[in-house]
Write a new protein. Structure first.
Length: 290
């Protein structure tokens, strides 16, 4: 298991290794996540949480209990602290003003072939609880039903899970090859929407805090990444009791070798703090399926 540290969580991953990625060339398809970002101004402290994986084992980096936050402080302890999830507001209630297409991002070497079809992708691992709401639309902002959306990101200590193309680089514990935390897939409903219950990601050297995603439809796939407002990232790793021990990420959105090359706003999710202290992160994903 990966123990919580007070320094950078990935001494085994070099900056050069961590920034290697695989670019998808996908038949001229283009996608981009439209909209801006917003952050909550204040975070509060909470007790660390315990989590259990699918095998009943305690998840790494956990404390002795969960603490539900509020509209003025972030919650901790993972998705089981999401007490008001059913009443979260619809982040897509207002139609998108514009749906502009852009080129793909990079897949990276830490993907996994299998799909994990589920909404809660945490497997009991701890962290700031987060609902990630994504809506797939076309260039005219019309929702696309029946598209598969697959996401993956690191746990709080900055490690991926699963049997990846490069486990030596992606995992800090070889045993995590048999786990699949923070990976999941969903199919869009009639409104083009999918929801994943997860935790705010950790970081590793050479990359900004990010989430990978792939949208697949009609035999075509498109891969890119999502990031968070840098002020929010700094707030969480400075003030949140479960994240502050890892220190600030060594790479920001502006210095990242992937997202800094394009339109940063196109990669950035919109965020809000819910009444239970969980984060609601949302984004429109605009896909050309013509």
């Amino acid at each position: 298991m990966i123990s919580k540290k007070t320094s950078s969580p990935h001494s085994l991953i070099s900056r050069r290794e961590a920034t290697r990625s695989i670019l998808f060339a996908l038949g001229g398809a283009a996608l981009f996540a439209c909209g801006g970002s917003s952050t909550s101004p204040t975070s509060g402290e909470a007790d660390g949480g315990t989590g259990e994986g699918d095998d009943g084992t305690t998840a790494p980096g956990t404390g002795t209990g969960t603490t539900t936050g509020s509209a003025t402080e972030w919650a901790s302890g993972g998705t089981k602290s999401m007490t008001a999830a059913a009443s979260y507001p619809d982040p897509f209630a207002t139609p998108a003003a514009a749906c502009l297409l852009a080129t793909a991002g990079t897949e990276g070497p830490c993907t996994e072939a299998a799909d994990r079809v589920r909404q809660d992708i945490s497997e009991g691992y701890t962290g700031l609880p987060m609902r990630l709401a994504l809506r797939v639309v076309d260039a005219a902002c019309n929702p696309i039903a029946g598209a598969k959306v697959k996401i993956w990101h690191t746990q709080i200590a900055g490690s991926y899970s699963g049997d990846t193309p490069n486990n030596g680089m992606c995992l800090t514990d070889a045993a995590d090859a048999a786990k699949h935390y923070f990976r999941g897939a969903q199919t869009t409903d009639e409104s083009g929407r999918v929801d994943f219950d997860s935790c705010f990601p950790g970081w590793y050297p050479g990359r900004t805090v990010h989430i990978h995603f792939t949208v697949s439809l009609g035999g075509r796939s498109f891969t890119s990444q999502l990031v968070f407002d840098q002020t929010l990232v700094n707030e969480i790793f400075t003030s949140h009791v479960e994240y502050q021990g890892y220190g600030l990420p060594d790479t920001t959105n502006e210095s990242d070798n992937v997202v800094s090359r394009g339109d940063l706003a196109g990669y950035t999710v919109t965020t809000a703090r819910m009444s239970d202290g969980a984060m609601l992160a949302s984004k429109d994903l605009v896909v050309d399926v013509s």
